[in-house]
Design a protein around this ligand. Structure first.
Ligand SMILES: [Zn+2]
Length: 159
């Protein structure tokens, strides 16, 4: 068994994506295309294919987190597996110092679209510098820059 470092789920050996939270358990190579998204919001993709993967580049130097999202996932500082919700624990990326709430924001996949929603966090959520009101779904595009408190996360949608 291998324990998922993000949600604590025990996965069978050889599995790439955690059965519970969908986060990649091995570090996958990142195509350079992903890190060179167009700054023009109109030409950046806002859809995810059926087997699409969301890549979260947290901070400057950490290897990115790859998530094969199936439903919804809570971004925050909770690491234990829970029956009600799937959590992505950002504590290893300096979430405490950056003012990330325990349940900060929700990533939701609906068909080919991916949405972000702030869960009434203490220090708020920003998308490309714009403040996101709590409880409002914001559709994400490839290359969007998120701020959870002061924690910067770039989002890439891999088809
Ligand atoms: Zn997991």
């Amino acid at each position: 068994m291998q324990t998922c470092p993000h949600c604590g789920w025990e996965n069978f050996e050889g599995i790439i994506y955690c059965d519970r939270c969908g986060v990649a358990l091995v570090r996958l190579p990142l195509a350079t295309r992903m890190l060179a998204s167009s700054p023009d919001v109109q030409v950046r993709a806002d859809t995810l294919g059926p087997d699409g993967v969301i890549i979260l580049q947290v901070g400057e130097s950490d290897p990115p987190i790859m998530v094969q999202i199936r439903g919804e996932i809570i971004l925050g500082r909770i690491s234990q597996a829970s029956e009600e919700a799937t959590y992505l624990n950002l504590a290893p990326f300096g979430a405490d110092e950056a003012g990330v709430s325990r349940r900060h924001a929700r990533l939701l996949r609906d068909g080919r679209a991916v949405y972000l929603m702030d869960l009434n966090s203490t220090n708020g959520t920003r998308v490309n510098g714009e403040s996101l009101a709590a409880g409002v779904e914001k559709r994400l595009r490839d290359g969007d820059e998120l701020l959870l408190g002061r924690l910067k996360i770039f989002v890439y949608l891999k088809q």
